[in-house]
Design a protein around this ligand. Structure first.
Ligand code: PMP
Length: 454
């Protein structure tokens, strides 16, 4: 089992936190003033989770380019968070920036296709291997629409998610297996009076027996899964898991939706293409259009046909999908530029080389400090996991999560000029990241770890 303690002393963590906080506040007068000035934003931020980062007041970024950020006080950071994957290919890749500038004078939002539309469909089909595509504005929406299409196509009411997974703000996925083994709404979920477990089943990742049992009554329309769980630290699939997942879903007539929003870090066609998965539906958001709000969802010929038939059978039918800005000329221009010119084989090769260096450097730091942690990896995505062995499911991931220690580590790295993803220990390598930046990350981590273990 996972050890009780994360391997560092609470007193050392508190001392490092106090020191980093004093340094952060003492050297950032404009950042502090910006927080005070934001009187008419709820919690002082444009999006509430910005106050949940490790910083005593939010970092305010004046400039983001490549893999480098500069705050309003002029401090520079090596950015390994990259907007939690939205900027996986670096901030403002030149081809995307140029396409956006061109499109700005040719129409931003028309609710009609632009000449890029057909080409974007071709690019998505060639890259991800499914024949039919739709554009949404967020990965959350793409997942919602895909789940709705799955229900319409199968005529079944339920979905299944893996315990500990995150697929965006999709209401019906906010369920978990409680300590008593019962499935229910996440206890901390606010403003949700419905019992989401009525229509959502939950089983542990990597548990094919539980999956088999949950699909046996053939009421589940769709399993939604990240191929690697990336939102609760990192949980890798065990050998045979994906083969089993595909075989069991097929046998029970349940569609398989693979959400590649984060695992796009694996390679140009996501984890799906690298590992030969065969999903019925596919979602990617965030980085897919180089950081502007766009997401894509795709389906097989079979799903498309069943969805079409369902619509023909309901001539009065209303899809319940859409959003006005989805499929906009702006999104199409950015998707085209990103897929054609930015997210290339060469870019991924470079990202993987950098991530190799990151993984090796961080593993060395952990081993020198004799910490019972390890480094997990999914292409350009690297995660320090606070457990001695690979995690197998969401429950283990939860047990390996130490919020106070993680926040302290993040703030201590920040004042050393390194930004990593908030809420867990995730780092990304972009094609714009330099080897020197990776070496800075490793050196700063060594410095912080030495302070923690003494
Ligand atoms: N799917 C996965 C796997 C994600 O990690 C996220 C966000 N972290 C989403 C979907 C939702 O993306 P968005 O917030 O852009 O809607």
């Amino acid at each position: 089992s996972i050890p009780d303690g994360p391997g560092v002393s609470p007193a050392r963590t508190a001392a490092l936190r106090a020191e980093a906080e004093a340094l952060y506040l003492g050297t950032r007068p404009k950042t502090r003033a910006a927080a005070e000035a934001a009187a008419h934003l709820l919690d002082g931020v444009p999006m509430h989770w910005m106050v949940d980062w490790s910083t005593p007041v939010p970092l305010v970024i004046a400039q983001a380019s490549g893999a480098r950020l500069v705050d309003v006080d002029g401090h520079a950071y090596d950015d390994f968070c990259l907007g939690d994957t939205a900027s996986l290919f670096g901030h403002g890749p030149a081809p995307v920036a140029q396409a956006l500038a061109r499109q700005a004078t040719a129409g931003l939002a028309t609710m009609l296709p632009s000449p890029d539309a057909a080409l974007v469909g071709d690019l998505l089909a060639a890259r991800f291997g499914l024949p039919y595509w739709q554009i949404a504005t967020t990965a959350t929406d793409a997942n919602r629409f895909a789940l709705r299409a799955a229900r319409a196509a199968t005529g079944r009411p339920r979905i299944l998610v893996f315990d500990g997974a995150y697929h965006g703000a999709v209401d019906e996925t906010f369920v978990e297996i409680g300590p008593d083994g019962r499935v229910g709404n996440r206890p901390a979920l606010m403003g949700e009076p419905r019992d989401l477990a009525t229509l959502t089943r939950v089983v542990p990742f990597n548990d094919l027996d539980a999956l088999e049992a949950a699909l046996a009554d053939r009421t589940v329309a769709c399993v939604i899964a990240e191929p690697v769980m990336t939102n609760c630290a990192m949980v890798l699939p065990q050998p045979g898991f994906h083969e089993g997942l595909r075989e069991i879903t097929r046998r029970h007539g349940t569609l398989l939706l693979i959400d590649e929003t984060h695992t796009l870090s694996t390679g140009p066609g996501g984890y799906t293409r690298t590992h030969g998965l065969e999903p019925d539906m596919f979602v990617a958001g965030k980085a897919v259009a180089g950081g502007i709000p766009a997401a894509v969802w795709g389906m097989t010929e079979d799903v498309a046909e069943r969805f079409r038939t369902a619509r023909i059978n309901r001539p009065d039918g209303h899809s319940g999908m859409g959003t006005t800005l989805s499929g906009s000329p702006l999104q199409l221009a950015a998707l085209r530029a990103n897929l054609e010119e930015v997210a290339t084989e060469a870019a991924y090769a470079q990202m993987n080389r950098l991530a190799d260096r990151m993984e090796a450097g961080l593993a060395q730091v952990l081993s020198e400090a004799r910490l019972p942690w390890h480094v997990a990896r999914c292409g350009a995505r690297v995660e320090v996991v606070r457990a001695p062995f690979p995690l197998t499911d969401g429950r283990q991931a939860k047990a390996a999560h130490y919020p106070a220690l993680e926040a302290t580590t993040h703030l201590a790295l920040l004042v050393r000029g390194v930004l990593i993803s908030p809420f867990h220990d995730m780092m990304l390598a972009s094609p714009a990241t330099s080897q020197a930046q990776v070496d800075n990350l490793v050196a700063a981590t060594r410095n912080v770890v030495e302070r923690l273990v003494g």
